[in-house]
Design a protein around this ligand. Sequence first.
Ligand code: GCU
Length: 386
Amino acid sequence: MNKFKRKLMNLGLKYVKPRIHDKKVQHIIKDYNLPDPLIFQNGEKVIDKKQWIEKRRAEILHLFKENVYGKIPTEAVETNYNIINEDKKALNGFATRKAIKITFRRGRRQIDAKLQIYVPNNVDRPVPAFVGLPNWWLGYKRSLWPFKHVIQRGYALATARFGDFDPNSDNFKNGVHPLFYKEGQTRPLENEWGTIGAWSWGLIELMNYFESDSDIDQNRIAVLGHSRMGKAALWAGVNDERFSIVISNNSGCCGAALFRRKIGETIKMINECFPHWLCFNFKKYNNREFNLPVDQHILIALVAPRPVYIASGQDDIWADPIGEFLSAKHADPVYKLLGTTGLGTDKMPKINEPIMSTIGYHIRQGGHKLSLYDWHRYMDFADLYL
Ligand code: GCU
């Protein structure tokens, strides 16, 4: 029995395999009653671009903070950057590799994070970059960060360890959370950030670092994540509009997939298996997806008008590939309102036939992983938009 089926069984749930491109599954899609990104909470319609930018976007962002991910603190931290290692002839001389220790301090508390950057040599600097937190516990083949390929295509690649920001434990003691606790506080409040928020905070802090690094073009940064880090990359990209492109690979529940489909991982499952990932308020929506004032197509819409790329694996049913595609599709009206090409289609493409519109999407052969195929599509996308 695979991990996914076992998880469901432990939760007392039955596994029903959805088939990609299955007519029945496609049909159910029509009945989701998704919240409309272009209708305000009071029922009024968003009539133009200005209203979206000035009012509706903020309203939705607030709903996601209060109900799903929790608020990321915006209070400043004291940061120090120390280059601890630099090799100008890395990767057979094709790149410069830098290791930077970042120290974050607030009051008496401090944490350190290590950032590693490969910058291509023999190209004009500053260079555009991809940034992310690799899921290295998955093993090389399932979470590939192909430095050489990225360098060859003229991009820098910056990675940090997710555990430096939050080690993924449910006690909120060993990562960044304690830096922001008020006197006597020991865990986040109901509407404050969980672990995914902490990883997103880390990505945003890396963006702050780029502003001080003359090798990196901070106006051309793509944030990328796979699976749980794909959820964090989306949330970081939504909170910080300095990221020029946002890429979410096989991110599933609380990433790109629609909650209301309830196929693969559901709100209850994620809250029970990973109670520390989202905010405590999110638990109110266990088995009550239809009460949630938002769904993930609206999260994707918050990236607009910046290019966003969502990708699925054909056999990655736990992440619900159709649900991931539908989020892209239903974000389209906002992208259109803001004057972009949006997704450019309403049909799910065939396997390995990427869509490269302002909303990018592909469904690749195979299961849950970040592969070289995915990377090359993301770099094609970055070639177009960065
Ligand atoms: C689990 C979890 C997913 C997550 C994945 C991963 O399967 O249920 O939500 O995306 O781990 O990060 O690999």
